[in-house]
Design a protein around this ligand. Structure first.
Ligand code: CA
Length: 422
């Protein structure tokens, strides 16, 4: 297999954004309006400008105005046939053998921006948000800590992808600072709850998929058709306040402990760009019900990394994990979400749940890395962490790599700011 096609736009060997990726996002260049864009190497390319100059005229796009919208919902709603045609057109235009755009200097000057010169905006209006709990290692670790090590998984866990409906309004783009939340805490040694800032600020290393096709109420999506509905993926940092969570979650699940901010990477990498990295998922035993059965390589080999950076210090890598560990795959999650006839929309976000591996260094949350505070992490500046301090920055990275081809997501970066005084 021959990878690494060349582009006339510079792409370094370790870039997440070679010509084979072509993700979609929303850029805000200084002095312009938000516009639909892609990224190659460290260059953002405005699809709004390319469409104005007729570069997509022969692609039978129903509505060209989608390229100047401030979110990708309209673009995604064109359907995969058209969005993939745009992606393929961009690959042609960026190819080093193609001089059409390269020599069109007026357009190049208007459409290409150094990535450092554009602000990245939240790429979608998030219509609904579901948070799954699909890593067996994470669910087992949490079950061991909070319940019984002998029966860490609850009886339903291997029969359905457990999830809950989250809050879409507080999903924000990488670079957004998040305030440490205030809430009700109940220290073990007191009878009544107290109010104050969380003392157990945590992240959850997750990936999320975004749907680009809707269903009507009453319809269900079969596992074999799920890929038609999944537009692409982003990194998802599901910030969590563990002490608030512990007190509030009974009996309906997490509420305010999870809804004060979740931070995504700005470029949506399409399912098609991720296709070369498909791998078989873990064997599911006991066998799942027929509506959840899938065939072939259901999972995706995505290397994941979390770094923690104290203020004015160097970042330390504190976790390395992989999306391929997920027990429940995205096709099963979407089939389960809709099996009761629940309708989905263009712009829905479905987070995987914390992605932990089998080794302690692969756990995807501070809760697990520090084993509920019992094993503090030592950072290279000499300080220790059991949870996240104010002014710490959490950096999540994700990329696929195979036979010389690298396709990645860039970063989700989140600085935790001191709680508001009440
Ligand atoms: Ca979560």
């Amino acid at each position: 297999m021959k990878f690494q096609n060349k582009s006339w736009i510079e792409v370094s060997a370790d870039s997440d954004f070679p010509i084979e990726n072509i993700p979609f996002g929303i850029i805000l260049p200084d002095g312009y309006k938000p516009q639909v864009a892609t990224r190659i190497g460290n260059t953002a390319v405005s699809l709004s400008v390319l469409s104005d100059y007729g570069y997509f005229d022969d692609l039978n796009i129903d509505d060209m105005s989608v390229f100047c919208e401030p979110v990708l919902n309209g673009f995604m709603a064109l359907g995969k046939k058209q969005t993939e045609a745009v992606r393929k057109r961009l690959m042609e235009l960026f190819n080093h053998n193609n001089s059409q755009l390269r020599n069109d200097r007026g357009v190049v000057d208007n459409a290409l921006f150094a990535i450092s010169e554009v602000e990245m905006l939240l790429p979608v209006k998030v219509t609904d948000y579901t948070d799954f709990y699909s890593s067996i290692e994470h669910a087992t670790n949490v079950g061991k800590m909070f319940r019984n090590p002998e029966n860490a998984l609850l009886p339903n866990w291997k029969h359905l992808p457990v999830g809950y409906h989250g809050r879409s309004s507080s999903i924000v783009v990488s670079g957004t600072g998040i305030l440490r939340p205030n809430g009700q805490l109940k220290p073990n040694d007191t009878g009544r709850p107290v109010f104050g800032p969380t003392k157990q600020m945590d992240f959850e290393l997750e990936m999320a998929f975004i749907t680009g096709k809707q269903t009507l109420l009453g319809e269900s999506i079969a596992t074999e058709n799920a890929d038609e509905y999944i537009f692409g993926m982003v990194i998802f940092n599901d910030l969590s306040a563990r002490d608030i969570q512990k007190w509030e979650y009974v009996p309906l699940g997490p509420f305010l402990s999870k809804s004060f901010g979740s931070v995504i990477s700005p470029w949506i990498v399409t399912l098609e760009a991720l296709a070369p990295f498909r791998v078989e998922g873990p064997k599911q035993n006991p066998p799942v019900l027929p509506y959840l059965q899938t065939k072939g390589p259901e999972n995706i080999d995505i290397n994941l990394e979390v770094l923690l950076q104290p203020l004015h210090k160097n970042p330390d890598t504190i976790c390395r994990s992989n999306f391929k560990y997920m027990y429940w795959n995205m096709r099963q999650q979407l089939a389960h979400q809709t099996v009761n006839g629940c309708n989905i929309n263009v712009g829905d976000m479905y987070a995987s749940g914390t992605i932990s591996g089998t080794e302690p260094g692969s756990y995807g949350s501070m809760l697990e890395l520090s084993w509920r505070g019992e094993k503090p992490l030592k950072l290279s500046d000499g300080s220790n962490r059991t949870f996240i301090n104010d002014d710490d920055t959490i950096i999540m990275r994700a990329h696929c790599q195979k036979e010389g081809l690298r396709v990645g997501f860039g970063e989700s970066v989140t600085k935790i700011l001191p709680a508001k005084k009440n």
